[in-house]
Design a protein around this ligand. Structure first.
Ligand code: ZN
Length: 244
C-alpha cells in the first residue's frame, strides 16, 4: 500500500490542489492527514471538503481544535487568532462535524499519527531533545507528525539515546532501516516555514519501506490575493512567499 501524507493545509486550497494532483499522478492508494486542515488561510470549507473526499485517516490539529472551541484562540498570536475567529464564523456544520470526528492520535499499521508530539498533541518537535518523549511513547517504528511546518525527520538507533536530526528541504527519500525508529514530518502543505515556499507532502511506500518528501510549486499569488480580499491579516498572506 502507498499513502499520500498531508499536514498543515491551513485552508490553502491552491497548495492542497497542487499536492493532491502530484499524489494522484503518482498513484497513491490512500491518504493520511496530520491535522490543521484549517486556520490562517482563505478556503476552510473547500479544504475540509477535499480532505473529506480523500477518506483519509486523520488526526486533529491545534487550529482545527481552536476553530471548534470558542476561547481557545486566546492561546494564539493576534494574526492566528483573527484567522480562527474568521474561520469559525464561516465553517459549515458538516465541516465542523468532520473536524470534531478526528482523534488526537491514531495507529495505522507501522505508523503512529499525531499533530504535535505523543506527550502533548500541541507540543513541538523541532530538535532532538524534543523528540525524546515521543520516541519513548511510540509503539510503532514510525511516528508521523506535523505542527512545526518543517519537512524533516529524527532517527533513533536501538542502542542510542540521542536522535539524529535530518532536515529534508527539497525532495528527499528516507529508507526505513530495521531496528531504527523514526519521527517524520512531511512539511506543511499550506504554510511551509522552512524557507522553501513550495507546498510540501510525502509518500509512504509500505512495501519499499520508504518515505519520500516532495515539494510542489503552486500559485502563491492567487492564495495571497484571496486572503487579502477576504480581509485576513496581510502578514499571513506575505509570509507564504518567504516560506516562513
Ligand atoms: Zn499548523
Amino acid at each position: 500500500m502507498t499513502y499520500g501524507i498531508i499536514a498543515d493545509i491551513h485552508s490553502n486550497l491552491q497548495a492542497l490542489e497542487g499536492v493532491l494532483s502530484v499524489l494522484q499522478r503518482r498513484g497513491v492508494e490512500g491518504y493520511l492527514c496530520l491535522g490543521d486542515v484549517v486556520g490562517y488561510g482563505p478556503r476552510p470549507n473547500e479544504c475540509c471538503e477535499l480532505v473529506r473526499e480523500l477518506d483519509a485517516p486523520g488526526v486533529l490539529g491545534n487550529h482545527d481544535e481552536a476553530v471548534l472551541n470558542p476561547g481557545t484562540e486566546n492561546w494564539f498570536n493576534a494574526y492566528a487568532a483573527a484567522a480562527v475567529l474568521w474561520t469559525r464564523a464561516l465553517l459549515t456544520e458538516e465541516n465542523a462535524d468532520f473536524l470534531r470526528s478526528l482523534d488526537e492520535q491514531k495507529v495505522i499499521g507501522d505508523l503512529t499519527l499525531v499533530h504535535g508530539a505523543l506527550d502533548d498533541p500541541w507540543g513541538y518537535i523541532t530538535a532532538p531533545y524534543e523528540a525524546t518523549t515521543t520516541f519513548e511513547l511510540m509503539s510503532t517504528p514510525v511516528c508521523l507528525v506535523g505542527h512545526s511546518h518543517y519537512a524533516e525527520w529524527y532517527e533513533l538507533n536501538a542502542n542510542s539515546t540521542r536522535a539524529r536530526h535530518v532536515t529534508a528541504t527539497g525532495d528527499r527519500t528516507l529508507t526505513l532501516a530495521d531496528g531504527v525508529r523514526y519521527i517524520v514530518n512531511p512539511g506543511s502543505v499550506g504554510q511551509p516555514r522552512d524557507r522553501d515556499s513550495r507546498a510540501s507532502c510525502a509518500i509512504y511506500d509500505e512495501e519499499a519501506r520508504t518515505i519520500e518528501i516532495i515539494r510542489t510549486p503552486y500559485n502563491i499569488k492567487a492564495c495571497q490575493q484571496d486572503m487579502l480580499e477576504k480581509g485576513l491579516p496581510p502578514a499571513l498572506a506575505y509570509r507564504l512567499m518567504f516560506g516562513a
